[in-house]
Design a binder for this molecule. Structure first.
Ligand code: PMP
Length: 430
């Protein structure tokens, strides 16, 4: 019996909880949230850009006019008027569907959970980008999926690498159940798939009979021109599309959705009902009221401009201050840039020194299930003001320079690669 005093139930847990572990760096993030630290770590949307007066008015009108509905249970599939409004929002990424094929969820995070619950048995293979979104990796691990990373480049998921991964599985007599991809303004890599590449990826998945799970919370937050057309715009049967109001309106309302092929939709609703009965009517109707009465396209434009200014502050200061040998991606939208450190440095081992220098980031290892990613870090520019971003990069550049000096003096770095165990970070790493 190996139960500990801290957790007397440790021997009673289900097998699947073995995969549910808090990240070893979570404790550091408690320190990193202190106001003197510039955090380039979290992915919190800058909701302060919303007019709180307008929000208060919207909520107050909702309660006064439809309070008894907003505060009641609702449909497991989600409010029908909101589902129609979601169609309007998705028109910008060229997704068309019937409102019956939309399932409203408690953030798109819940949609990730429902889709995995419906499709994946323990041991089923899920292909994901290398790196990939921490919250999705956590879901796949919790359902005991076999997660396999597929290489990316500056245009996102690499089709040749995908083809190779599919062939390698076939050679073992296996096949993948799902391909999870974030085609636009990737978290954490900051890159975007070109349209021809999306078509190629879709074709490979179709040929191998693999369901595409397309996660698109940032699609409307591009900095130049039109929003990229979703993969789902080209295939209604082989793709489940996930959207969210977290980044375009407010993450605290926890409203996202899935667009699923007709047959799948029913299973998702049954899974949703068993998890939460129904998504919050109050949150859904708040979003619905907001979409019906406020200039929401203008608000998304405000967000885009704000994030573009912050992206520019990040890129300009990286350009000016980062030591030679450091590289990074140039995001055309979304919240993140993916940084590669000079040869031999280790972002995870360096983090305590960065936090001591009052700057925080997320080490690359969190975005892989196989312990790789030591040479990378994710920097997010969504939350701090531009001047704070510049100050954060100045501090970070100083830390990296210090590491390089040690490496130069002693022939090795103080951040020598840490052992590569698996690492499943917690939800604090948005
Ligand atoms: N997918 C990706 C790629 C994300 O970055 C996030 C949040 N950071 C989510 C899904 C979940 O978002 P939400 O549940 O707030 O809709």
């Amino acid at each position: 019996m190996s139960s500990s005093r801290l957790d007397p139930w440790v021997d009673a847990y289900a097998q699947r909880t073995a995969e549910m572990q808090a990240s070893e760096i979570r404790a550091l993030f408690a320190v990193a949230s202190r106001p003197e630290v510039v955090s380039l770590a979290g992915g919190m949307p800058f909701v302060q850009a919303l007019s709180m007066d307008m929000m208060a008015e919207t909520v107050s009108r909702l309660l006064l006019e439809r309070g008894a509905v907003a505060l009641q249970y609702g449909s497991g599939q989600g409010d029908v008027v909101l589902r129609e409004q979601i169609l309007e929002v998705m028109a910008d990424v060229q997704v068309s569907a019937h409102p019956d094929d939309i399932v409203v969820t408690t953030g798109s995070q819940m949609a990730l959970d429902l889709v995995t619950r419906v499709f994946c048995d323990p041991g089923d293979v899920v292909l994901v980008e290398a790196p990939s979104y921490v919250g999705a990796l956590g879901v796949f691990r919790a359902y005991e999926c076999d997660v396999i990373h597929v290489a990316m480049d500056e245009q996102g998921l690499n089709p040749a690498a995908l083809e190779e991964a599919i062939a390698a599985l076939a050679a073992q007599g296996r096949s993948a159940k799902m391909l999870y991809t974030i085609p636009s303004f990737h978290n954490p890599a900051g890159v975007t798939q070109s349209q021809p590449r999306r078509a190629e990826i879709l074709q490979l998945a179709q040929r191998a009979g693999i369901l595409v799970l397309e996660d698109d919370p940032y699609g409307l937050l591009g900095f130049d021109g039109e929003a990229p057309a979703a993969i789902r715009a080209h295939d209604e049967e082989g793709v489940i599309y996930l959207g969210s109001f977290s980044k375009t309106i407010a993450s605290g309302l926890r409203v996202g959705w899935a667009v699923a092929p007709h047959g799948v939709r029913e299973k998702l609703v049954l899974a949703a009902e068993s998890a939460v009965l129904c998504p919050s009517n109050y949150s859904q109707l708040t979003i619905s009221e907001y979409l019906a009465t406020q200039p929401w396209r203008e608000q998304i434009k405000t967000y885009r401009e704000l994030y573009r200014e912050r992206r520019d502050a990040l890129l300009e200061s990286l350009e000016q201050l980062m030591p030679q040998g450091t590289t990074w991606t140039t995001p055309a939208g979304g919240f993140y840039s993916w940084v590669t450190l000079p040869e031999g440095l280790d972002a995870k081992a360096m983090l305590p020194r960065a936090v001591a220098a009052l700057v925080a980031y997320v080490p690359g290892t969190g975005f892989y299930v196989d312990g790789s990613g030591h040479e990378h870090m994710r920097l997010s520019y969504c939350y701090p003001e531009p001047d704070r971003i510049r100050e954060g990069v100045r501090r970070l550049a100083g830390v990296i320079e210090g590491e390089l000096e040690i490496a130069h003096t002693f022939g090795t770095s103080s951040t020598l690669r840490t052992s590569s165990g698996t690492n499943v970070p917690g939800p604090d790493l948005q």
